[in-house]
Write a protein that binds this ligand. Structure first.
Ligand code: B12
Ligand code: SF4
Ligand code: SF4
Length: 389
């Protein structure tokens, strides 16, 4: 089977798989304990798929599971041209994992080609591939397959491409010699833990997903207030614990045309995002990984970013969202953002008026809090008359 392994590696290289590794399909026992701990601490994101058993026992996913083939695809970390974000034209950012074509599609195509190759070599072989949305923990598989080591920022770090790799895998019914896991290299470094804006890395290798900006930017409800300013201009995902990592220094791989970012899309102007129709959103952002939750979280984040960045010129747009947007979460975010900006006559009139019209209790609370922050006194029974000391 050693010969077959070499053939698989060669084929993988030919189709542009940047790194491949082989792991046994034995149960992931330490991961099982870790997943239980994560659940008990309520540190999970809710985006994980399947039961703890399914996530840690490959045989439950493919009856004759013997070897898991893990693959990694390197992605760029720098924009060749980065459009400036400036006063009057503020921009948001999508994290690097959302640059270029949706990586799920890219990796699935590679895995499908590998499946066909294996089926031709070994008639009757059974395989099951997954990328991100499957039950298996892609990182735990990659770690066991020697793709990279499991780091304090939770990422799998490869010696060649740093942590800027997407991961996927294929469970197979064939036995292949497993590769050897790599040694952890973080040592005494704690840069990622120290730099995390929300303290989501509770300790090396352990994330409280509910506090992680990558998670918060993907929710559809309103963001707890204590995190709002910390999200900054991120409209999707967060790269901080990777950009500060010394292991990523100087790494910027441009190996796949389809993963090349369009700077205008990955650093979009914030204000136009607020008024995108579904059709426009799909046309502009539909092929990016960051569009999987639809336009609502991205628009909510854009609304908040305008307030956080103190973009005073956005007051009219924020007032429009406050009055006209049919989604309470967006109206609430607009109220918050207006209260991060300087008081203007327009916002002083708009907020109390919005309060009289608001039907959603949570949004009413947001608007009231915004009025308080701006020292807009609300007269009882007559919210139309704002008073400012
Ligand atoms: C849910 C999820 C999230 C959640 C939770 C993340 C998390 N850390 O658990 C949120 C939304 C926050 C998220 C964010 C991100 N994600 Co995500 N996410 C996933 C998903 C779907 C499941 C992860 C999971 O099961 N987590 C549970 C934890 C417990 O396990 P784990 O971190 O995956 O595995 C490690 C730990 O379990 C650890 N471990 C096991 N036992 C023990 C015991 C001890 C004592 C310790 C210390 C550690 C430890 O070892 C495992 C291997 O490293 C995977 C895809 C998949 N199906 O696996 C992608 C995945 C992990 N995400 C990925 C990416 C790129 C990101 C972001 C960088 C995106 C961004 N830029 O915004 C951030 C990074 C945040 C971070 N610091 O982890 C990549 C990671 C690639 C890589 N090189 O590591 C994956 C693999 C997707 C993919 N196929 O490429 N993600
Ligand atoms: S992705 Fe951002 S918020 Fe999440 S752990 Fe890393 S630095 Fe912290
Ligand atoms: S920043 Fe330091 S501690 Fe964090 S993952 Fe990189 S090497 Fe490890």
């Amino acid at each position: 089977m050693e010969h077959l392994k070499e053939e698989i590696k060669q084929f993988a290289e030919d189709i542009g798989i940047d790194k491949i590794g082989f792991a046994s399909a034995d149960p992931f026992l330490t991961l099982k304990d870790r997943l239980q701990t994560q659940q008990e601490n309520e540190y999970e994101s809710g985006f994980e798929k399947g039961s703890i058993e399914e996530r840690t026992e490959p045989a439950l996913l493919l009856g004759e599971a013997k070897t898991i083939i893990s693959i990694a695809i390197a992605y760029p970390s720098k924009l060749k041209e980065s459009p400036p974000s400036k006063k009057g034209a503020r921009r948001g950012v999508f994290c690097r994992a959302s640059w270029g074509e949706d990586y799920h599609d890219v990796l699935r195509r590679k895995l499908a080609a590998l499946e066909t190759f294996l089926a031709e070599k070994i008639p009757g072989v059974r395989t099951r591939s997954m990328v991100d949305t499957g039950e298996l923990a892609d990182r735990a598989v990659a770690e066991r397959a020697g793709i990279g080591w499991s780091a304090k920022n939770c990422a799998i770090i490869t010696p060649e491409f740093g942590s800027y790799v997407y991961l996927g895998e294929m469970i197979t019914s064939i036995s292949l010699e497993p590769d050897v896991p790599l040694e952890e290299q973080c040592g005494t470094c704690t840069k990622c833990i120290d730099a995390c804006p929300t303290g989501a890395l509770v300790q090396g290798g352990q994330l409280d997903a509910g506090s992680c900006i990558a998670f918060l930017t993907q929710t559809k409800t309103s963001v707890p207030e204590r995190f709002r300013k910390k999200i900054g201009n991120r409209v999707y995902g967060c790269d901080t614990c990777q950009t500060v990592c010394p292991e990523n220094k100087g790494i910027d791989e441009h190996r796949h045309e389809e993963l090349e970012p369009d700077p205008e899309k990955v650093k979009p102007l914030l204000e136009p995002l607020l008024f995108l129709s579904n059709r426009e959103f799909k046309r502009l952002y539909g092929t990016m990984a960051g569009s999987w939750r639809g336009k609502k979280p991205i628009q909510r984040n854009a609304v908040m970013a305008l307030g956080t960045l103190k973009e005073q010129s956005a007051v009219p747009s924020l007032i429009k969202v406050l009055h006209d947007d049919p989604r309470p979460v967006l109206r609430g975010a607009a109220a918050w953002s207006l209260s991060m900006l300087e008081y203007t006559e327009a916002s002083g009139a708009a907020l109390p008026r919005a309060l009289t019209e608001e039907t959603d209790p949570e949004t009413s609370e947001e608007i009231t809090a915004a009025c308080e922050r701006l020292n807009i006194r609300l007269e009882e029974n007559n919210h139309d008359t704002p008073l400012r000391p």
